[in-house]
Design a protein around this ligand. Structure first.
Ligand code: AMP
Length: 399
């Protein structure tokens, strides 16, 4: 019997990789525009790193890790998330001497033994961002802004909502709301109309307000952490991630969290490093790709060059190469198949153009250029062909 992929672990097929590349490029471009630098981290670490960094009591560490002893007897674990590894690297390479905040990003597969379902896998991918060493709330604002810019760059801004999570027991929340009200009331006049109404109805909602003028007041609002019961505080500490924000969608069913993040001051110290604070987020890339849907074209060559016979193949080979060197994707038939078969292939590939060169055309030093969508065709001198295809290709997808 043929061997299949492991449960919860999937192949990303060529029909999807175009979307993946778009998502990865948008992440890279957005993060680098904000001054974040890429760091590449190992896929496995000492088990102890995650036990300490994520917390012994968390579901991830208790139930979800892929842990094994290597041949030397060391207990190792496939990383279930990137933050602990990134902080380990931060400490190990002395990043704390760099200007703060130290801005880093990374992306790649994570591993968790969870029950697989749509949008939830045992090997999945994240893009992770961390800003380290600076407690200024402006860093938080920048990090969240950047996350939303990433989604906007992919045209997903409208379909997502940013949530600031409330945590704690019901009793904590009552205490917290009272503290929030005490804090906000003196500033009420400087808040937007909507926020003023929220103070009466549900003060927690003020924290979600996006109006720029409200932000300076909101940023300095008391934290729910100071209102937590000792029990919740203990639990919270063991979890380490002071979850403060999450990006959700209504379009993915049960797996509605697309990204999550927050502050984790104290964690670097717990891992044996300096008392540097940190804030970061993780984007679930599978879910972003799912949101992009089918509209996003699969990767396909722009043109199929069809030589009819050996002589034509010889003429079209250098043309194909010149087109490719110009960054336009071209496929070349090898002259052995009949024209109808090649045209069928062109349709299946979904190319925008085909070039056909047989004996007649060659004798005139020309080839036929056909636009697949309209069926229109014209003759182009072979000497001009690569230039023509490059310019058509660039018009179709400007770089
Ligand atoms: P977390 O590291 O648990 O805060 O998760 C951050 C993001 O990663 C989530 O918002 C999801 O989008 C994504 N994610 C977490 N676990 C999985 C999984 N098992 N499969 C796919 N995506 C996941």
């Amino acid at each position: 019997m043929a061997i299949k992929a492991v449960r919860g672990v999937r192949d990303i097929l060529p029909s999807e990789t175009g979307k993946w590349q778009r998502v990865e490029a948008a992440a890279r471009k957005t993060f680098e525009a904000y001054g974040y630098r890429e760091i590449r981290l190992p896929l496995f670490e000492r088990t102890e790193l995650f036990a300490r960094g994520i917390g012994d009591e968390t579901d991830i560490v208790k139930k979800e890790m892929y842990t094994f002893d290597d041949r030397g007897g060391d207990s190792l674990t496939l990383r279930p998330e990137a933050t602990a590894s990134l902080l380990r690297a931060y400490i190990e390479h002395g990043f704390q001497v760099e200007p703060k905040p130290v801005r880093l990003y990374t992306a790649g597969p994570m591993f968790r033994y969870e029950r697989p379902q749509a949008g939830r896998y045992r090997q999945f991918h994240q893009a992770n961002v961390e800003a380290l060493g600076d407690v200024n709330p402006a860093v938080d604002a920048e990090v969240i802004c950047m996350l939303m810019d990433f989604f906007r760059a992919l045209g997903l801004g409208e379909r997502l909502a940013l949530h600031v999570n409330s945590i704690g027991d019901p009793g904590d929340r009552t205490a917290y709301i009272a503290r929030l009200l005490d804090y906000f009331r003196p500033f009420a006049a400087s808040l937007c109309g909507e926020c003023q109404a929220r103070l009466g109805r549900n003060p927690l909602r003020v924290l979600d307000c996006k109006v720029p003028d409200c932000q300076p007041v909101i940023e300095k609002a008391p934290s729910i952490l100071d209102s937590l019961s000792p029990e919740a505080a203990k639990h919270f500490e063991s979890v380490y991630v002071r979850t403060t924000f999450e990006v959700k969608t209504a379009d993915l069913g049960a797996q509605d969290a697309v990204a999550g993040g927050g502050r984790y001051d104290g964690l670097i110290e717990r891992l044996g490093g300096p008392a540097d604070p940190g804030i970061g987020f993780a984007i679930g890339l599978e879910r972003v790709v799912l949101l992009l849907g089918e509209a996003d074209a699969a990767q396909r060559p722009f043109v199929l060059l069809i030589p009819l016979g050996e002589a034509a193949l010889e003429r079209l080979m250098p043309v194909a190469r010149a087109v490719r060197q110009g960054g336009v994707s071209a496929e070349l038939g090898y002259g052995a198949r009949k024209l109808p078969r090649e045209l069928e292939r062109a349709n299946k590939l979904g190319v925008a153009y085909v070039v056909i060169a047989g004996e007649n055309e060659l004798a005139a030093g020309e080839a036929v250029l056909r636009e697949m969508k309209t069926g229109e065709q014209r003759r182009v001198p072979i000497a001009k062909l690569s230039e023509e295809l490059r310019s058509l290709g660039e018009q179709a997808s400007p770089r």
